[in-house]
Write a protein that binds this ligand. Structure first.
Ligand SMILES: [Zn+2]
Length: 263
């Protein structure tokens, strides 16, 4: 019997041309454009079969992937990149800064911490800079450098055609406190400034108008609740969610800094 690896979150169409194909462990999104499928993040190394199965359910052809964007250089976001690139010939994108993790300059991928073997080193095809805009037919992806979680974390502002006018879907590129604790930064010989740089980035993003909030982990944007809403036929457009998220994550940051002071 065929061994099918299903995700623990049913793959679903979030909006018009935006699809979720990840799991509770990490998000993977696809944007269907006139130029092909744009993949946002490529999961852990052991998620390849699951992502393929999710794509099958969504009737998305993996050979149609034309671009793979990475929010940052941690192994849960680039684990299957090389496999999908080999399958589709897609161009790969990451910030110039975090490309140095993928090419082995810095050992900051979290492969060791998460008990994965370090993947063969590679360079992405396109090294993104703050403010770059990439166009795929009628979909535009604008990137903003939002360091902290890694030095080269990129947030995505994705303009897609809407029913009447275009909408903006957005993802913060990395919010996990695991790589911003004093313990981690000290162990890696990195500056503690990462935390205040991260905070500055959160403030800078407050002015962005976002209609649909995407998480690069599903807990950030309550992806499973969004799935249930979509199944009920409800819209998941919410122009206030982005602002609430930015406030919440700053509270999480403050909580961590407070706990460090007490220790
Ligand atoms: Zn990360």
């Amino acid at each position: 019997m065929e061994n099918v690896v299903k995700s623990d979150i049913k793959p679903f169409k979030m909006y018009e041309n935006i699809y979720f194909a990840g799991s509770t462990r990490v998000s993977v999104h696809f944007i269907k454009t006139e130029e092909g499928l744009v993949m946002i993040d490529a999961g852990y190394p052991d998620m390849y079969e699951q992502i393929l199965e999710s794509m099958k359910e969504l009737e998305l052809n993996p050979k149609d992937i034309c671009a793979i964007f990475h929010s940052h250089g941690h192994i849960d976001h680039f684990g299957c990149t090389e496999k999908f690139k080999e399958l589709s010939g897609a161009k790969t994108y990451i910030s110039r800064i975090d490309n140095d993790i993928l090419n082995g300059t810095y050992n900051l991928s979290w492969a060791e911490e998460l008990n994965y073997e370090i993947l063969p080193f590679f360079n992405c095809d396109v090294l993104m800079e703050d403010g770059d805009v990439f166009t795929f037919g009628s979909t535009k992806i604008r990137v903003r450098l939002t360091p902290g979680h890694t030095d080269g974390t990129m947030s995505f502002f994705i303009e897609v055609p809407g029913e009447e006018k275009p909408i903006i879907a957005a993802m913060h590129g990395g919010i996990g406190m695991n790589s911003m604790t004093a313990e981690f930064l000290n162990r890696k010989g990195l500056s503690l400034d990462a935390r205040e740089i991260f905070r500055k980035g959160l403030h800078a993003l407050k002015d962005e108008h976002v209609d649909l909030f995407l998480g690069n982990h599903p807990q950030q944007n309550k992806t499973e609740e969004k799935l249930q809403a979509v199944l009920r036929g409800e819209s998941i457009i919410d122009p206030d969610e982005w602002g609430r998220f930015l406030v919440w994550i700053e509270e999480v940051l403050d909580g961590m800094l407070e706990r460090e002071k007490l220790n």
